[in-house]
Ligand binder design. Structure first.
Ligand SMILES: [Zn+2]
Length: 338
């Protein structure tokens, strides 16, 4: 919901070899994680695991599917490289992965905030907000009246625009929500094209400083119909999106939330700092209807990454390759600790 511009961070990692990655952060800003210590106890636990949903087994998609594609592609796991939904353009310039990791979709900023139902995109007051695809304006104005609520609380987004999009091959409409707008330049019922100006960035509603709060709502324009926008936004040139679902040996998802644990995303060549992500903290956020991810990270430079978690009493690691312009979905079933 909020984005903080000047952000000092502190983070403490404790118990890496025991039970968890303990991440503590101040209320003042983004987290500067302490690098995880190398651990000889890391165990490759990459195993073939079945889909967490009753999807029938499906062959892997061919390596060169056209992108973007309007439909999702089933993934038989354990690692699938997919076209992603990627039907939306960025309404403001895309931030880097570290910014996206700070208060990710479904996250709580280390337990300090409500589970995030969107992405916070950094932008300056008055910056233009552009329609990410053609569509119809279904909401434009303040969300403070009971009949105009877009969230469980009045005035959560201050001023907002909601667009309704339809895409060939996708049976459900897709709604995009733009919150905290300073000005609105469209009206309900208006048709817009991708790139049209719909408003300007502001800080109205529950916001700390100007930024754009972006939501993607699938099927219906409701607070709990949200999906991770990173599965829908086209990655910038050379960038990739990685989504994961981490489960115990029985296939039950393991969540990494709050101050006690996180999923580490570490460039294999150590070219940039590790990133630490929570998983979706709101039980109403079930992930993509087909992929059932519990978190995703976008705008990652293409390359190899190590995912690390501490769970079940020991550390685990998985190596993956993120391809440019593609979505990598990882179903990671952890092995029991020795
Ligand atoms: Zn937000």
């Amino acid at each position: 919901m909020t984005f903080e511009h000047t952000r000092n961070r502190r983070l403490v990692l404790l118990g890496w070899a025991v039970f968890g990655v303990l991440v503590l952060a101040s209320c003042r800003g983004p987290i500067t994680p302490t690098p995880l210590p190398p651990s000889p106890a890391l165990r490759p636990t990459f195993t073939a695991s079945p889909l967490p949903s009753p999807l029938p087994p499906s062959p892997m998609p061919p390596p060169e599917l056209p992108t973007p594609t309007p439909t999702s592609v089933p993934c038989a796991g354990p690692v699938c490289v997919l076209p992603g939904h990627f039907m939306l353009a960025w309404p403001v310039p895309p931030p880097d992965a570290a910014t996206l990791a700070y208060y990710p979709f479904g996250g709580t900023a280390r337990g300090r905030r409500d589970p995030h139902h969107g992405l916070d995109l950094p932008a300056a007051q008055g910056d233009p907000v552009l329609a990410p695809a053609s569509g119809e304006v279904v909401f434009a104005g303040p969300d403070d009246a009971p009949e105009h609520l877009l969230a469980p609380w009045p005035n959560y987004y201050g001023q907002a625009v909601v667009l309704r999009h339809t895409f060939p091959g996708l049976p459900q409409p897709v709604f995009t929500l733009f919150g905290h707008l300073e000005t609105i330049t469209v009206t309900v019922g208006q048709q817009v094209a991708q790139g049209d100006l719909i408003g300007t960035v502001g800080s109205r509603g529950v916001a700390v400083g100007p930024h754009l709060h972006l939501e993607v709502r699938l099927g219906q324009n409701t607070y709990d119909a949200v999906q991770n926008p990173l599965l829908w936004l086209r990655p910038p040139e050379g960038m990739s999106v990685v989504a994961w679902r981490i489960t115990d040996p029985q296939g039950n998802p393991i969540y990494f939330n709050g101050t006690s644990s996180a999923v580490s995303v570490i460039p294999a060549d150590a070219s940039s700092a590790p990133l630490y992500l929570e998983t979706y903290a709101d039980p109403n956020l079930a992930g993509d209807p087909q992929w059932h991810e519990t978190q995703a990270l976008g705008n990652l430079p293409a390359g190899s990454y190590r995912l690390q978690v501490v769970a079940l009493g020991c550390p685990h690691e998985l190596l993956l390759t993120a391809e440019p312009g593609r979505l990598t979905v990882v179903y990671w079933r952890l092995l029991p600790c020795p």
